[in-house]
Design a protein around this ligand. Structure first.
Ligand code: HEC
Length: 164
């Protein structure tokens, strides 16, 4: 009789902890899925265009500009290029950040107009996407080329929409 009781208690305990595992698993799974449409409505823009430029666009663009090139050191002229997969992934991610910063300056009431602002932002996003592809392909020459093209898209917009 006692053994039967114990077996019952143990299987009940296993059943309950099994449920706890399922709940914990569910929670983790939910946390990893993209936010629902309701959550998106709750997000509110915080940054100004200038803050997006200084906080996201500019530092990310510089990761691309400075990824490949030469540096004057005590040992002479040193070649600079991403070495490891991680280095290349950082450059690719920097490109992604520039693209996303473009999405941000088109969002809400940040878009200054529906004409050149949108076009020039898309130019920047297109070039940053090409820089991402160059980093993915680990192509040093393409990083230099797309970095230069990206820089032109920044200058074009700054020439039209004043920087303070
Ligand atoms: C679609 C237009 C547009 C594009 C494209 C753009 N910018 Fe800007 N940027 C602006 C505007 C407008 C400001 C000024 C914001 C202000 O002062 O309120 C600005 C400001 C800046 C500033 C801040 C300057 C300061 O006053 O300190 C930096 C840095 C900057 N941009 C870098 C970049 C870089 C790097 C790129 C390209 C990768 C880029 N921007 C692309 C419109 C743009």
């Amino acid at each position: 009789m006692k053994t039967v009781y114990w077996l019952f208690a143990v299987s009940a305990a296993l059943f309950i902890s099994g449920i706890a595992f399922i709940i914990a698993g569910e929670r983790t799974a939910r946390a990893a899925t993209p936010a629902s449409a309701t959550a998106a409505i709750e997000t509110a823009p915080v940054a100004t265009i200038k803050q997006i430029m200084i906080g996201i666009t500019n530092p990310s663009a510089y990761v691309i500009y400075e990824a490949v090139g030469t540096k004057n050191t005590a040992k002479g002229i040193e070649e600079i290029a991403p070495q490891t997969d991680e280095d290349w992934a950082k450059v690719e991610s920097a490109g992604a950040a520039v693209v996303e910063s473009g999405n941000l300056i088109l969002t809400g009431n940040r878009a200054i107009d529906k004409g050149d602002w949108v076009k020039m932002t898309h130019d920047m996003m297109d070039k940053a996407t090409l820089a991402m592809a160059a980093a993915k392909a680990k192509n040093k020459d393409k990083i230099i080329e797309t970095g230069g093209d990206l820089n032109t898209t920044c200058d074009n917009c700054h020439a039209k929409y004043s920087r303070e």
